[in-house]
Design a protein around this ligand. Structure first.
Ligand code: 6CS
Length: 341
């Protein structure tokens, strides 16, 4: 036979042979949903997770990533991780706090890091804090896998806000955990809890006057198109967590579990750099593309006025979250003190 025909015949034999003799290897599927759209911080995390797990498992694991909207709101994703339809999901305390009240510690203003991003990131990785989080999640049939921040929360409004009086009467959209109602009512605002997907149209239809999210999220969801001011109070960082289905994790082989843990450890560090870069780049993009947008960074005395009104919300948090909440708050404060030493 001609060399080319011989090669084709050999390839054909190989194909037929494969079909008959070797059973197709079954790929494990890990379904992973995020609470944000394509191009977000969580998307970057999920895509890096997908790439690392698939490559390092030699293709034996197929990670399928579902961006926000594909499977519903944050609450729907959580239900699906809980019942095992999803193996993994990003789950933010801003919504998950309805199920695990103690997690609302991350929603308190002027507490976690108080504008100090390095201390915040360090406290979130503190072993004593992560042990508390693991226990709280396990109690609700979930596995805590990681916690990290996606940057400082920024208010987008229709008017400048320098004092709590400027926020009085403002309808501001918050995530759906109940502590956020008290947190914004303390400033005299009217907080309106809504799922992420409804914020843009609520702003457009003027059902709300403002919202709060990190810069990258404001840009990706186009909230800056339907508001006029971006206010930087540095009152809280946006915290999210990676939640897993406990049965899925328990069934992993020791080798697979070690791979999972190693990838999560690597991404915990990487994502800090990603969120800083995304927030800086998107801020520049908003400024360049929207000459009418106004930016306002609160001074220390201006922050103090908000801080004073936010202080009593801690008592409300303890009332909502009870002993586990009190323990998590002191665990975090001790971790922050260690981080600042
Ligand atoms: O505001 C929210 O509801 C959402 N914000 C971010 C940045 N991520 C997910 C969360 O659901």
């Amino acid at each position: 036979m001609q060399p080319l025909r011989r090669a084709l015949a050999a390839a054909l034999l190989l194909l037929v042979g494969c079909g008959e003799a070797a059973p197709a290897r079954e790929r494990e599927i890990w379904r992973f949903a995020i609470e944000e759209t394509r191009g977000s911080v969580q998307d970057m995390y999920a895509l890096r997770f997908e790439r690392e797990i698939e490559a390092r498992s030699g293709g034996a694991v197929d990670v399928v990533v579902y961006p926000y909207g594909a499977l519903g709101t944050s609450d729907h994703l959580l239900e699906q991780v809980h019942n095992g339809t999803l193996q993994l999901a990003m789950s933010s305390p801003g919504h998950l706090g309805k199920l695990i009240p103690a997690l609302q510690v991350f929603l308190l203003h002027f507490v976690l890091g108080d504008g100090d991003d390095a201390a915040t990131a360090c406290a979130l990785a503190d072993p004593a804090v992560t042990a508390q989080l693991r226990a709280l999640y396990a109690d609700k049939g979930l596995a805590f896998c990681d916690a990290f921040t996606e940057g400082q929360m920024v208010w987008t409004t229709r008017k400048p806000v320098r004092t709590p009086a400027d926020l009085a009467g403002t309808k501001i959209r918050v995530m759906t955990s109940p502590l956020l109602i008290t947190a914004y009512a303390a400033y005299g605002a009217h907080p309106v809890p809504l799922p992420y997907s409804e914020v843009y149209s609520a702003l457009q239809l003027r059902m709300i006057d403002g919202q709060v999210n990190p810069v990258f999220a404001i840009q990706e969801m186009s909230f800056h198109e339907v508001t006029d001011w971006m206010i930087f109070p540095r009152h809280a960082a946006f915290v999210t967590t990676l939640a897993g289905n406990p049965r899925f994790l328990a069934r992993l082989t020791p080798e697979r579990r070690a791979l999972f843990d190693d990838v999560v450890r690597t991404l915990h560090v990487e994502i800090g750099e990603v969120q800083r870069r995304f927030n800086a780049e998107r801020l520049a993009q908003i400024a360049a593309g929207n000459p009418a947008m106004q930016f306002l960074s609160l001074s220390e005395p201006e922050r103090d006025a908000f801080r004073a009104l936010a202080a009593p919300v801690r008592d409300h948090y303890i009332a909502l979250a009870g002993a586990p909440g009190r323990a998590l708050l002191s665990g975090l404060e001790e971790a922050l003190a260690r981080c600042r030493r």
